[in-house]
Design a binder for this molecule. Sequence first.
Ligand SMILES: [Zn+2]
Length: 522
Amino acid sequence: MIVSLPAICQDAGISAERIRAHTRFLSSDLLEGRGVGTRGGQLATEYIATQLALAGAVGIGASGGFYQPVPLVGIETEPNATLGATAGGKSADFQWSDDFVGSSQLQRPDIRFEGEALFVGHGITAPEFHWDDFKGVDVAGKVLVVFTNEPPSTDPKFFDGRALTYYGRWTYKYEEALRHGALACFIIHTTPTASYGWDVVRNSWGKESAFVKPAPGGKALAFQGWLTRDAGERLLGLAGKHVDDLLAASEKPDFKPVPLGIQIRMHVASKIRPLDSRNVAAVIPGSDPALKDQAIIFSAHWDHLGIGEPVNGDTIYNGAIDNATGCAILLELARVWGSLPQKPKRTAVFLAVTAEEAYLRGSEYYASMPLVPLSRTAIDLNYDALYPFGRAADVVVTGAERTTVFPLAQQIAKRLNLAIAEDAQPEAGHYFRSDHFAFARAGVPAFSIGHASEFAGKPAGFGEQAYQEYNRKHYHQPSDEFQEDWDFTALAQAAEFGFLLGKDIANQDQLPDWKPGGQFHR
Ligand SMILES: [Zn+2]
């Protein structure tokens, strides 16, 4: 009897069609964009837990189940939030969503505050690069105005050359503002400094976002927000200044904070509610009595943006590529791992985390409350937003070169006939923008197995064009939707690469580590 088999990769039996099927379901309108703290999100985690159980994985969450509860706080700034600025008898008012977005971190339903605006350039204190935007100026009680990103560089010794460092990330700006005792902080958005458009900022911030509960007695910014470029121009105009001039000034090492002489006033009402969310976590135990209490982790975030602002009449942010694809790969990896007749020595953890879109909340929570101790966690291999656009010619593993598993990754790529591509957009700082980073920060070697940068049989530059098009038209938009004509071969290849890499790491004698001299350590 001749049986027709679905398209499978040779080694592991990974099926592109199964990855397609999971992606289709997880991104269907029925799941309503998998928002954190929504029914669609609950359904998504239920599906993932069920599939993991079917793969033979065992839950390691609360009470021996599949879920690790992640207690978050949902904060939604009311659209009647007001932002006003005055200087020398002139004043300007700014409109929520059109001009600014953001949220108060005080987690109080109604706040008013007032403070003087101070421009602090990129808001960076980086002693190793001899860079300090604050120059000892006391910013306590001030409203800081900054640009995201970092001084431009082509020198690998200065802010890692073209690559974005963590200093360039917007999250760092707010963290550093808080460390300096600022009252509030606004980032003036420009598309080049952010690497994405205002729509992405607005879609992420102009709605409920999830935050961790503040530590008792902990400090928080009264407001952390973004201004459009135009709003920034109007604000700075009150002080006779311009966005381009200040951006240029902030790129010089002798930059000093610029007092703007502008008084900022805000009234912010917020809807605040507990958001009970959850990570899904399951294991397939290792086979070696001595090594099975150590683990490798495969991770992917299950959440997306839920239901939000309509774009072309569509309110459901399906998140098909971001990140139904990664979850689909995670489930297929679990199935294939579960069907191995001889299990690898170390245990494999399959972890679907919540609230990545609210800035890595679920993975940070896991890293702070690990279900396998981090000292016994070999590596995190993460999947986030892969492109189903055909057969990959390469694999992108940005950050792998920082770890001791890189030579192994090179060998496996070679075996699979895949090039290891350089990060084509190092300035976008992808290494800091997905869940592996929460593990890296906690010392565990970690990186993402990303979307291909070149596709076989497609013209050179197709991958870059696909990235640009996705980033511009679909990233964090309702149009990130499942397409029937997608070809999931590249996802099966990325899954197989991670499968073989994970299996070898699970069988190695030593736990992997960071290479010496890097930013991260165990
Ligand atoms: Zn995303």
